[in-house]
Each structure stands twice: as structure tokens, then as C-alpha cells.
Design a protein around this ligand. Structure first.
Ligand SMILES: CC(C)(COP(=O)(O)OP(=O)(O)OC[C@H]1O[C@@H](n2cnc3c(N)ncnc32)[C@H](O)[C@@H]1OP(=O)(O)O)[C@@H](O)C(=O)NCCC(=O)NCCS
Length: 307
């Protein structure tokens, strides 16, 4: 096996491999969009050519791997999107990762992340390389939407940046739950939570749905239209930071809140809602699956270095 950076004569073959991979993903999972703009993909590959690694066997292209190195400090990571790899077998991925991974490490990225179609067969080549399932991206079509009511005493209200404190309080509930076993996500930063939520709520396209009880905010959901991205259909929306204050859980509040948020996205032209959860947040996973969201891509991740 020969591994080398992308050369101009390989670009067409790699674009064809990416198009085929997305088509195969979409055939296996009807919530995955097969669309690929060949011209844009060709330009993007050419622009990143020295970091796109191509494997050949007997002169024939049998795989490619590209990871975008993004972020700073501990957040710095190499991200392999659904279009970032196409390998005929595990051996090809291992050979490509051996070279690309070294480049990512040299660029300061010791966290390596890859999105693979949901399903054990699609994860196996990465798991063999020390990656583990981290979170799930899932979708639901915005048709046949139900509108289950809030329990008596609860009421809707719109939020926004003026409700940042409430948003942070409910965001902390997610961090609290995920710091417990079996998640053990111990490094959630209070400051980054506030900064991220402020950025999100400041965006004019973001809609912040709240639930109040006796004048207090007790639940939230945030929705916004998704920018186009590989594997997602146009007119997809994203649902995030859904949380219900601990003492109000198991009363049907999240169910009514998500009904309400999905109906709102639908009314604004949305066709599909996406969300995501940590695989170790088992209560959240049960809730989302029970609600009717279905996984599309799974985030596989590893941190290199001594353990
Ligand atoms: C996940 C979460 C949002 C669910 O909120 P909730 O208001 O408790 O959800 P609901 O009450 O609508 O449904 C939860 C469960 O209670 C059940 N339930 C609903 N109404 C009920 C009632 N009146 N009595 C008893 N159980 C009820 C539901 O069937 C559901 O069961 P399931 O988990 O097997 O699907 C909430 O647990 C939470 O905020 N968790 C911490 C933050 C978090 O992890 N957020 C998700 C991030 S991805």
C-alpha cells in the first residue's frame, strides 16, 4: 500500500469515492442526504490537497482520509466529516490514519474525531484503531407532529439573550447529569457554557423556548436552522440544550416542549429536525429514541498520548 498526499490526477477518483460513500450512506439510512456538489468538493479537495491522504494499491486508489484541524488548546482536534474518509477496508484506513494522524499530532491536535454512519459495521474499522463512540447525531422528519399539552400549572414563554441566566442554569443541569456515572464528563467549564449560550442566543436565527412554573423558568429548548452540511438535507433545523429542572422531570414537560419546538420549526419551513446526545447520557438517549429521533452519524473519538 502506498500512501501519499492528494495529487491533481487523483482528485476525480476521490470525488467519485466520496459521492459513492454518501449515496451508500443515504441508501442505508433514509435520514442521510446523498447530495454532493462535485464542483465545490473538487475545489475543497484541491485547496486542502497536501492534507488529503490517498492510498493506492497496485496504482489504484483504494481510499482517502482528510481531517480538518480546528480549535485551540485542549479543544484542538482533527475532525473527519462524513465525506472525510472512503476506505475499501480496515487495512487501508489503518495505513492512512498512521500518516494523517501523525500530521494532526504535529499540528497540535491530540484529539481525533471521525463521523461514521450509525451501525457496528461502519464503526468497526475505527474501533480497531482505538476510537470509541462518543455522541450520536439523530434526525426526525417534521411531519405528523403531535402537540401534547404541558401539565397543569406550566406555561410557555419565549426566551432569548435576556434569559441567559436561566439558560445557563438549565445548561448546568445537563453538565450535572453528564458529570455523573456512567458519563463522567468532569471537565465542563462554567465560563464556556455561558459564552457558548450567549453566542447562540444572540444569533437572530435562534429561537429559545422556555417553560415556566410559578414564575420560575424550569425547562428550555433551543432551535435554529442548520447551515448546509454534508449528510444533512436542506431545510434541516437543530434542536439543542434541552433540559428540564431536576424536580420537574418525568412529568411530560420535555415531551410537550419538544412537540412545541418541532411544530415551531415546521411552521418556519423546517423539514427535518436534528439533535445529538452523548452515548453515555443514557436517560437522554432513551428519551430521544422514545420520542422518535433516529441516529444518522456517530461521533467516534480518541485522544492520543500515554494513558
Ligand atoms: C432528558 C430530559 C430532558 C427529559 O425531560 P422530562 O421532562 O423528564 O421528560 P418527559 O417527562 O417528557 O419524559 C421522560 C420520561 O418520563 C416518562 N413520563 C412522561 N410523563 C410522565 C408522567 N406524568 N409520569 C411519569 N413518567 C412520565 C416518559 O415516558 C419518559 O420516559 P422515557 O425516558 O423512557 O422516554 C430530562 O431528563 C433532563 O433534563 N435531563 C438532564 C439534561 C439532559 O440530559 N438533557 C438532554 C441533553 S441531550
Amino acid at each position: 500500500m502506498d500512501v501519499a498526499p492528494l495529487s491533481p490526477e487523483d482528485v476525480d477518483a476521490v470525488v467519485t469515492r466520496i459521492a459513492r460513500r454518501l449515496r451508500d450512506d443515504a441508501r442505508r439510512n433514509h435520514l442521510v442526504a446523498p447530495a454532493l456538489d462535485r464542483a465545490t468538493t473538487t475545489d475543497a479537495l484541491r485547496a486542502a490537497a497536501s492534507s488529503v491522504w490517498v492510498a493506492r494499491r497496485g496504482g489504484v486508489v483504494v481510499g482517502h482520509l482528510y481531517g480538518a484541524v480546528l480549535g485551540d488548546g485542549a479543544d484542538r482536534a482533527a475532525w473527519v466529516g462524513p465525506d472525510g474518509s472512503s476506505c475499501d477496508d480496515s487495512e487501508t484506513l489503518a495505513s492512512l490514519y498512521a500518516v494523517a494522524g501523525r500530521e494532526w499530532i504535529n499540528a497540535g491536535a491530540t484529539r481525533h474525531v471521525a463521523w461514521a454512519l450509525d451501525g457496528a459495521a461502519h464503526h468497526a474499522p475505527w474501533l480497531e484503531l482505538g476510537f470509541a463512540r462518543s455522541s450520536v447525531r439523530a434526525s426526525r422528519r417534521l411531519t405528523g407532529q403531535r402537540a401534547r399539552p404541558l401539565p397543569v400549572g406550566y406555561r410557555w414563554r419565549h426566551g432569548g439573550i435576556d434569559h441567559l441566566d436561566a439558560a445557563v442554569m438549565l445548561g448546568r443541569e445537563i453538565d450535572r447529569v453528564q458529570a455523573l456515572g456512567p458519563s463522567f464528563l468532569l471537565d465542563a467549564g462554567e465560563e464556556s457554557l455561558r459564552t457558548n449560550l450567549a453566542d447562540t442566543l444572540d444569533d437572530p436565527e435562534t429561537i429559545h423556548h422556555l417553560v415556566e412554573y410559578g414564575g420560575d423558568v424550569v425547562a428550555q429548548a433551543i432551535i435554529f436552522p442548520l447551515d448546509p452540511r454534508r449528510g444533512s438535507f436542506d431545510d434541516s433545523w437543530h434542536l439543542s440544550t434541552v433540559a428540564v429542572a431536576r424536580e420537574h422531570q418525568h412529568r411530560g414537560i420535555a415531551t410537550a416542549l419538544v412537540d412545541h419546538a418541532l411544530a415551531d420549526a415546521r411552521a418556519r419551513g423546517g423539514q427535518i429536525m436534528e439533535t445529538s446526545w452523548r452515548v453515555t447520557n443514557r436517560d437522554a438517549q432513551r428519551f430521544w429514541l422514545h420520542y422518535g429521533f433516529r441516529p444518522t452519524y456517530v461521533r467516534l473519538q480518541r485522544r492520543v498520548g500515554s494513558d
